[in-house]
Design a protein around this ligand. Structure first.
Ligand SMILES: [Zn+2]
Ligand SMILES: [Zn+2]
Length: 337
């Protein structure tokens, strides 16, 4: 297939402004990179944080998007891992130095010199993108291009958050029931957890969605669950959920914050942390997380619910996500095959 000189892309020129549809050059793959024709790209809350300026110093101008599903159309001279025609996925973690003490100790998610897709590297809100071969994943066959996209961040970060919470016990709370939660609950229920889902007050539709996916209880984040929780995962970027989750926790309970940005956490009395309760964050992903998750997802099997938008409607997709109108995950459809 001959590749064109230019491509359509939704470009962020400045934070705080909507994305603009532009015709830009198709990128050239470096020796370790593949050139990918993008089929779909998930719309993640992190994209909103980049647009809104909650996350500082993005590459500008920037092509957002770090849940990319596409087909390899060209390989850099050193690429061995994938061949032309392979369907692959590109996640948030786009590059690490491999030499810092985090990388050397199996914590490449905390690398001192990382690059992130759709933040410090161009991402998938475009017809083509390039990615380092070592950070891409093969996409399991059963998933369509649209269904697979949310697995690449919502799924991976959800799974890493779940792992941090899982050992604490059987009763798992999930605060914020969007893309990551709707995947994580399926893994949790499959592994025998009792899941308690918390939504914005009054959002009975999302509470019903959570019950359909196996939650034993669903209610408002302002309520206490009927039983104390052994662990909670917070996916909503709302700092007041940390003390709320601690108040719902049993002794020894773990509260995991899975988002990259959160509003300030209000002060809280020490006695809700006392009793060996733990608060921690989850940052980024390792490639091992990805390999594990893509093994597990088809076994559960994780099914994603997606609402699709054409590439040109990326701003509308971001707005719908901001307003909490997406049930499951928002996905941009760029090309069919
Ligand atoms: Zn490193
Ligand atoms: Zn993301």
């Amino acid at each position: 297939m001959t590749k064109p000189e230019t491509m359509r892309a939704m470009v962020l020129e400045q934070q705080g402004r909507p994305l603009k549809l532009q015709q830009v050059p198709v990128p050239e793959p470096q020796p370790e990179q593949v050139l990918i024709r993008v089929h779909t790209c998930g719309v993640c809350r992190t994209d909103l944080h980049v647009v809104d300026g909650d996350l500082k110093d993005p590459k500008l101008p920037l092509i957002l998007g770090h849940e990319i599903v596409g087909t390899v159309v060209e390989r850099g001279s050193a690429v061995k891992q994938f061949k032309v025609g392979d369907r692959i996925g590109v996640p948030w973690l786009g590059h690490t130095d491999g030499t810092c003490r985090y990388c050397k100790n199996g914590m490449e998610n905390l690398c001192d010199n990382p690059k992130f897709t759709g933040y410090t590297l161009d991402g998938g809100y475009a017809e083509y993108t390039v990615a380092d071969q070592g950070y891409c994943f093969a996409i399991p066959k059963p998933y369509s291009n649209a269904e697979a996209a949310p697995l690449l961040c919502a799924g991976l970060i959800g799974y890493r958050s779940y792992r941090m919470a899982a050992e604490a016990g059987e009763r798992l709370g999930i605060y914020g029931f969007g893309a990551a939660a709707h995947i994580t609950i399926q893994v949790a229920v499959h592994r025998g957890k009792k899941v308690y889902a918390f939504t914005r007050p009054g959002d009975t539709e999302t509470q019903e969605f959570a019950r359909r996916l196996g939650a034993v209880w669903a209610g408002s984040s302002e309520e206490l669950p009927p039983e104390e929780l052994d662990a909670s995962i917070i996916f909503a970027p709302v700092g007041s959920l940390i003390p709320a989750a601690l108040r719902a926790s049993a002794k020894g309970g773990v509260v995991v914050s899975g988002g990259i940005h959160m509003s300030d956490i209000p002060s809280f009395p020490y006695d809700i942390l006392w009793g060996e309760r733990v608060v921690r964050s989850v940052a980024n992903l390792t490639r091992t997380d990805g390999e594990e998750f893509f093994q597990i997802a088809p076994q559960v099997p994780v099914k994603t619910q997606v609402q699709t938008f054409p590439l040109e409607q990326a701003n509308e997709a971001l707005d719908s996500l901001r307003q909490g109108k997406i049930e499951g995950a928002a996905v941009l459809v760029v090309s069919e095959e």
